[in-house]
Design a protein around this ligand. Structure first.
Ligand SMILES: O=C(O)COP(=O)(O)O
Ligand SMILES: [Mg+2]
Length: 227
């Protein structure tokens, strides 16, 4: 069995581990159809995701009319309340995700999450999907006071996943947008971009160290990683 030269593998959540676009779209639509805006299909929400719920709402409002600060302040609590109650109605892990997590854990790797989603959504979402216990740490966009691409949340993810007690923890981050790949680079760690997430445009342009098109490719890609 080929050696994997990492101790901790970190993952982005939305668009990487889990396709959350159906529940995010439902929450946005709940907030904006009440003021006469049209509903978005899940596919149309994907490019709005990546920098937290406020920016997702701003992008959705701006794409269908005006987007004033008052409108955002008025609609954001409605969106967040709805999402908190409906985290995992449509959301599912991407194909092969759970098997890949099992395979990595069986190889002794620690798994962790760093998402720009607020922690109060990220943790119960993973619990409701029955996956939270697989992760040694789950850091949200509001856990440490800054979000990716700032390196601080990725560093906190590593430290809380046991890296704080390791001499030189070897870490890699897997994500779907520039926030993830730039965040990994800013934290000084390697990265893999997934091509099946919420990114619009060419995944190669993210500058990740490798790209995977399916979770089945994750373990072989790590096994081939130069040590
Ligand atoms: O909720 C968001 O905007 C982004 O979440 P992610 O960092 O897990 O992709
Ligand atoms: Mg993402």
């Amino acid at each position: 069995m080929a050696d994997i030269p990492f101790d901790i593998i970190g993952f982005d959540l939305d668009g990487t581990l889990i396709d959350t676009s159906g529940d995010l779209a439902a929450a946005v639509n709940h907030a904006i159809t009440a003021i006469g805006r049209p509903a978005y299909p899940a596919d149309a929400i994907r490019p709005f995701v990546g920098k937290g719920a406020r920016i997702m709402l701003e992008r959705a409002l701006a794409a269908s009319g005006d987007c004033t600060a008052e409108l955002v302040e008025d609609r954001l609590p409605v969106l967040l309340d709805y999402y908190q109650q409906n985290l995992a109605i449509h959301s599912l892990p991407y194909p092969g995700c759970v098997a890949a997590l099992d395979a990595l854990a069986a190889r002794g790797l620690r798994l962790a999450i760093c998402t720009n989603k607020a922690e109060r959504f990220a943790v119960p979402l993973m619990q409701q999907l029955g996956l939270a216990d697989r992760f040694a740490s789950i850091i949200g966009g509001d856990t440490v006071g800054s979000a990716k691409p700032d390196p601080a949340p990725i560093r906190a993810m590593i430290a809380r996943a046991g890296g704080a007690n390791m001499k030189n923890p070897r870490c890699l981050f897997v994500g779907d947008t520039i926030n993830d790949i730039a965040g990994a680079r800013n934290a000084g760690i390697a990265s893999i971009a997934v091509s099946f997430g919420f990114l619009e445009g060419a995944v190669d342009s993210l500058g990740a160290d490798a790209v995977i098109d399916h979770f089945d490719d994750l373990l072989p890609t790590l096994e081939r990683w130069p040590s």
